[in-house]
Design a protein. Structure first.
Length: 713
């Protein structure tokens, strides 16, 4: 055994002059002219192992996707061959030495370093001692297997460890007191948050939810209006090649020091700021102008992958363009990639409170026409943000769990465009003093809408209040299915309940006539006349006479009005010819009704938003779905408009199916149908989604998806 060990450790040429030892008993003089390896070997056999230099020949991080480390740490879905591990959990590495390890004389420890200036005190330079038994919540290593010159170490990390990219080195020495020797690993280690570890702040105690909110790489994002909820498939792609590197790059580019990366609250807050490019050259440029000629239209994206890879490969040049659902989709990708449970959440009738008054204010002049320049508060048809899951050790007990975080640049928070994490429990109970940005999110879901009319003396009087105006149908994808889950109850008490009123604390007044707007089925369709039903209800026992006026305006989904299309008294209908050249993104419209009850002088006021439904792309798989075997999908689209769509582009992507790319279709005539066939070769088995979207100026929010089950060859 000793002969074999020495032979394995003596791979360099040594001379026959071995009768005289050098000053260090572990090193022999060499001479290439007179070499006798047998003499060297015989000499070494007579040395005790403690006098032979103790060196590391190589480090094996056991980073195979199918190996024990990646499987046990739930990181086997990531592409690449790095060692990707989660904190608070042991992992294995294997060392090859120049001779067998001698526990009595040999010394060994590991060192991990992250960031540009690693410091022990900051947790960014970690010294990992060799111990006889591992204890929780410590950096330690233990030999669990020894075979000749190879030893296998089990390494333990605390659940509060800093996440990110670490370099590994192994330092060896003997008890004889010679200088220590350090071996640097050629590969790095990536440390992530660990939602499977009870001690980690992001621990999620539900296996199905963990699969959904950490491991699922596709999802659904909801849009439209509360009565016309639309859904689109989104490829989060957190395990796609290059995405982990892009997420780590985002952390490096932020101003947060590496020592702050152990706290998920800090990390989420930084990610919220870095996903938008508003003030820190973050990932995505927001654009609500309707002009996207020098970039990609926000509605054309269906995946985070291309955006993140483009940002990373350009060394941090922001990508154009995004709106709220794109910001949210990317945030879901980054948080899931780093190990923080996350989901995209859509709030319908979402208030944007610009003055932190916790109310949404609408101003009318003496004639009951809206005063646009005063109406800075707005109600978005829908707004998409994120929930992420974590304990909140910085807040009083009871405010952990889901936290709202919003990367869409709306208002600044401590001087930076970011929002959250705000405890959803705090929002629900009205505890708006708790950080971070809880008042803003509270107003989005639970502010009262107050209507004001200008008086002759230029003052304003409150004429009406709506207590159920905002925060409807708060939606996210259900766990384990593509169904919509309504999570409104997590954000607010039931509308009209005593708890809800207490949390809002707004006075009410008695009104015996109310107006309601209804639509048939899924509502008006793009290209057709738009018609709504207006119901006026008399809740009193006496007859009531009313006058009622209506105004319809084109609106961005953010609640910003572009301009009035039509004013008239009811009944109400909007012909296609009147809106065909007026629409902007989302094809959203706002109907404002105002009137007065003759007998009581009660003011009637109502604002209803609706959208014109767009058609879907029909995506139909052709052929058998097998890894490595070419198949196809047929994509069919019918133009719903009586006029030509110009410069139409299809964007097609499917994780494990087809890399994202553009297909130039050209012009499509009015009411014409176009069909194209996509050929691709599946690369990954399992349930996959092929997503397609249409991009042109005249029509937005057109997309489709096909579910494809790919089997192994």
């Amino acid at each position: 055994g000793k002969r074999e060990a020495v032979a394995a450790g003596s791979r360099r040429c040594v001379c026959a002059a071995v009768s005289t030892r050098t000053a260090s008993p572990m090193i022999l003089q060499t001479s290439h002219r007179s070499c006798n390896a047998d003499a060297y070997l015989n000499f070494m056999l007579n040395l005790p192992l403690s006098e032979i230099t103790f060196l590391v020949s190589s480090v094996d991080l056991l980073s195979s996707k199918t190996g024990q480390n990646r499987q046990e740490h739930h990181t086997d879905l990531y592409q690449g061959d790095e060692l990707i591990i989660r904190r608070g959990q042991t992992f294995l590495i294997e060392l090859e030495l120049n001779r067998p390890f001698n526990a009595d004389n040999d010394k060994l420890h590991l060192e991990l370093k992250t960031g540009p200036l690693p410091l022990v005190a900051k947790g960014t330079h970690v010294i990992i001692p060799l111990v006889d038994s591992l204890e929780d919540e410590r950096w330690e290593a233990k030999i669990v297997e020894q075979n000749g010159n190879r030893i296998k170490l089990s390494v333990n990390s605390p659940a509060s460890a800093v996440i990110g990219l670490y370099g590994l080195s192994v330092t060896t020495s003997t008890s004889k007191g010679e200088a220590a020797t350090t071996h640097d690993s050629t590969k790095n280690i990536v440390m992530l948050f660990n939602p499977w570890c009870e001690e980690d702040a992001v621990f999620l105690d539900d296996e199905e939810e963990t699969k959904e909110y950490v491991l699922n790489d596709t999802g659904r994002i909801y849009y439209g209006t509360e009565k016309q909820i639309g859904a689109r498939t989104w490829n989060f792609g957190q395990f796609h090649e290059g995405i982990l590197d892009a997420c780590l790059f985002i952390l490096e580019k932020s101003e947060m020091p590496p020592s702050g990366r152990g706290d998920p609250v800090n990390v989420v807050r930084v990610i919220s700021a870095m996903i938008n490019a508003q003030d820190d050259f973050g990932v995505l440029v927001g654009n609500w102008s309707g002009n996207y000629s020098d970039g990609v239209s926000p509605s054309a994206w269906s995946s985070s992958v291309e955006i993140l890879r483009k940002y990373h490969s350009s060394n941090g040049t922001p990508v154009s363009y995004g709106q709220c659902w794109v910001f949210s989709g990317i945030t879901t990708t980054v948080l899931r990639c780093l190990g923080i449970p996350a989901r995209s959440v859509t709030n319908f009738q979402s208030a944007h409170d610009t003055d932190v008054s916790l109310t949404t204010d609408v101003y009318f002049d003496e004639k009951m026409d809206p005063i646009d320049y005063l109406n800075s508060d707005s109600v978005w048809n829908f707004h998409v943000w994120n929930d992420c899951w974590m304990a909140r050790l910085d807040l009083p007990p009871g405010y952990g769990g889901w936290q709202a975080v919003d990367s869409t640049p709306q208002e600044t928070s401590q001087g930076t465009f970011r929002c959250g994490p705000a405890s959803v429990n705090a929002i629900r109970s009205g505890q708006v003093y708790l950080k971070h940005d809880t008042p803003f999110v509270f107003a989005e879901v639970n502010s009262d809408k107050i209507f004001w009319q200008k008086n002759l003396d230029a003052t304003f009087s409150q004429i009406h209040s709506e207590k159920k105006a905002v925060g409807h149908c708060i939606s996210t994808k259900a766990v384990g299915s593509d169904e919509r889950a309504d999570v409104t109850h997590l954000y607010k008490h039931q509308e009209g309940s005593e708890e809800e009123r207490i949390s809002v604390e707004t006075a009410s007044r008695f009104e015996d006539v109310c107006i309601e707007v209804k639509m048939e089925g899924e509502g008006p369709r793009m290209g057709a006349d738009a018609q709504l039903s207006i119901l006026v209800k008399n809740l009193s026992s006496q007859p009531r006479r009313t006058t009622l006026h209506s105004q319809v305006a084109v609106m961005y989904y953010t609640g910003v009005l572009k301009g009035t299309i039509k004013k008239e008294q009811i009944p109400w209908m909007l012909p296609y010819q009147q809106y065909q050249n007026q629409l902007v993104d989302q094809a959203a419209l706002m109907l404002t009704l105002s009137g007065r009850v003759s007998e009581t002088q009660q003011v009637l006021a109502n604002q209803t938003t609706f959208r014109l439904r767009t058609p879907d792309l029909n995506v139909k798989p052709l052929g058998e779905a097998v890894v490595g075997k070419e198949m196809a999908a047929k994509i069919t689209f019918t133009n719903p408009l009586p006029r030509m769509l110009k410069e139409v582009v299809f964007r097609v992507e499917g994780l494990g199916l087809q890399k994202g790319h553009e297909v130039v279709v050209g012009d499509i005539g009015g009411h014409s149908t176009v069909t194209l066939t996509e050929h691709f070769v599946p690369t990954q088995p399992g349930s996959r989604k092929l997503v397609a979207s249409l991009d042109c100026k005249q029509l937005t929010q057109v997309h489709g998806v096909a579910d494809i089950v790919v089997r192994e060859q």
